[in-house]
Design a protein around this ligand. Structure first.
Ligand code: 5AD
Ligand code: SF4
Length: 516
């Protein structure tokens, strides 16, 4: 079975579950001389293999595709287990503490035998403590891997940026630490490791460059991610992203559209424009294309059947985006617009730059659209100082907006963020209770909303095939997961018409009624 099969299947069937469990739902090039054993020199060639594991958001998924592209052009071959790899890379997430901890537990698995027996391992969390995160049959549930044998171990992404050279202290067997704002330097850093350097870092964030590669190895054969804006200039008081991904940098519109054209020619039918605040896009070129114009221009590219975009920030969300969706049937009718809280007081403490009422004005723009637009959001419960009344306002917002899906998280205090020092922390137990109440309420909303879709027919892009006969899955334009039956032998990558026969809170069940 090919790799994408399991990945795509896993995603298409798991998304709903993740949402309501709240589990998931984002250099200087200086070389350091450490006093430790150098990794073996790895020369690009038949022997050079890499293993790359990604944690976190779609931005990270796509960054990993680009990193893989860089390595492949250098003659490396990608392998599926760390045991088989010369170079082991973790592209990490630090948005919440649990995500960051997971990385150190993975690094613990790579600890060389001599380190395990002799020197103490000073990571705060060992893998034993976190094994429970994953069921034993999960592909990511790995056994200890001995990092001996001259493996190069690298930490990329947000934990790399946040912890920097500390990582060398906590896990001395790591030789590469590089944050996403320095990925332009990755080829150079890798060359330095190949040349025998012991430790290299890329930790600058004051860059105005974006990470574009000649070759990007995409995981999904039909849907292509495309970063149009990197970093974030908002300063939400709880969030590490401005520290880990650096300031906002937008890609030139002509270069984005050229890539969309090349993707369409290569057979991709769906493009997903990515950015932490995708709609804050500011074209650096003379034409100054607005985000909504860029959406329209991407939708006009021949061969592109779907254009998606995520994540939008409420402050920069305007009527022009709704008008672009109305004008182009192939811009998907789905907007992910994180609200975080239904209380204006909490939103102010979060420095979200909008009030509850202003958020609701954006929602009204979408509800007034000629074509129904599916609206999803992110919520944080238990932010410092969140009162019962504030939380009630969040619940009331769920009732009022009727979101199609909610990714809800317990507030997690993060290093360097202003909210770390805020008074009136909410006890963990209380956060957990609020999260459960919110998810119950939202589950019921989704159950009722999805019930109303029974009998309707939707266009579905087929991206998964079940092991069970005649069972397929895909996504509607509104990004709902549709599991459906069809006697056809081959449907993957096709667009089909599916009639909904029953509904669940996180997915629809249907039967194919024709080709789209
Ligand atoms: N604690 C909990 N959730 C967070 N998010 C971002 N930072 C934190 C934090 N410190 C959530 C927000 C954001 C999503 C990607 O992660 O809801 O929209
Ligand atoms: Fe973080 Fe706020 Fe930027 Fe989103 S908009 S990435 S929550 S700082």
């Amino acid at each position: 079975m090919s790799v994408w099969y399991s990945e795509v299947m896993g995603k298409s069937f798991d998304i709903g579950l993740e949402r309501l469990t709240g589990v998931g739902v984002p250099g200087s090039g200086e070389t350091q001389e450490g006093g430790l054993k150098p990794p073996l020199q790895v020369a690009a060639g038949a022997e050079s293999t890499f293993y790359l594991e990604t944690f976190g958001c779609q931005m990270n998924d796509h960054d990993s595709e680009k990193v893989a592209g860089v390595l492949l052009t250098r003659g490396y071959r990608q392998v599926e287990t760390p045991e088989d790899a010369k170079v082991i890379l973790y592209n990490t997430c630090s948005i919440r503490e649990k995500a960051a901890q997971k990385v150190f537990s993975r690094l613990g698995e790579l600890r060389p035998a001599q380190e395990r027996n002799g020197k103490s391992f000073n990571a705060e969390n060992t893998e034993e403590e976190h094994r429970d995160d994953l069921p034993a049959n999960h592909p990511n549930h790995r056994k200890m891997v001995n990092a001996g044998g001259g493996k190069i171990i690298g930490v990329l992404g947000c934990v790399a940026q946040q912890e920097g050279e500390e990582i060398f202290e906590r896990a001395p067997w790591v030789s590469l630490v590089c944050g996403s704002a320095s990925y332009r330097k990755l080829p150079q850093l890798i060359a330095e490791l190949e040349a025998g350097n012991r430790r290299v870092t890329g930790l600058d964030t004051d860059t105005d460059e974006t990470f574009e590669t000649e070759i990007t190895r995409r995981d999904n054969p039909w849907r292509a991610y495309l970063t149009i804006i990197e970093g974030c200039d908002k300063a939400c008081s709880y969030c590490v992203v401005p520290f880990t991904r650096g300031p906002e940098r937008s890609r030139a519109s002509a270069s984005i559209l050229e890539e969309v054209r090349r993707l369409a020619e290569a057979g991709y039918s769906e493009v997903q424009l990515l950015g932490q605040t995708v709609n804050s896009y500011a074209d650096p070129s003379a034409g100054k294309m607005r985000f909504s114009e860029l959406l329209g221009a991407a939708a006009d590219v021949r061969g592109i059947r779907r254009v998606r975009f995520t994540t939008s920030h409420p402050r920069d969300f305007g009527k022009d985006i709704v008008e672009a969706i109305e004008a182009h049937p192939n811009i998907c009718d789905h907007v992910h617009l994180p609200v975080q809280s239904g209380s204006t007081a909490v939103l102010r403490a979060m420095a979200r730059t909008y009030s509850r009422e202003e958020y609701l004005e954006k929602i009204a723009l979408m509800k007034a659209a000629r074509r129904p637009i599916s609206i999803t959001t992110d919520m944080i419960v238990g932010f410092p100082g969140e009162t019962e009344k504030d939380f009630e306002e969040t619940l009331a917002l769920l009732d009022e907006v009727q979101f199609d899906s909610v990714f809800a998280f317990k507030y997690s205090p993060r290093p360097n963020t202003p909210s770390l020092k805020m008074a009136d922390a909410i006890p963990e137990e209380e956060k957990g209770q609020r999260l459960a109440i919110l998810m119950d309420r939202q589950r019921e909303i989704q159950r009722v909303r999805n019930e109303t879709l029974v009998g309707e027919t939707f266009e579905v892009m087929v991206d998964g095939k079940s092991r069970r006969e005649n069972q397929w899955s895909g996504h509607t334009s509104s990004n709902r997961v549709m599991n459906f039956t069809s006697p056809e032998r081959e449907l993957l990558g096709d667009y089909v018409q599916v009639k909904v026969v029953s509904a669940m809170p996180n997915s629809l069940v249907g039967e194919m009624v024709g080709r789209a």
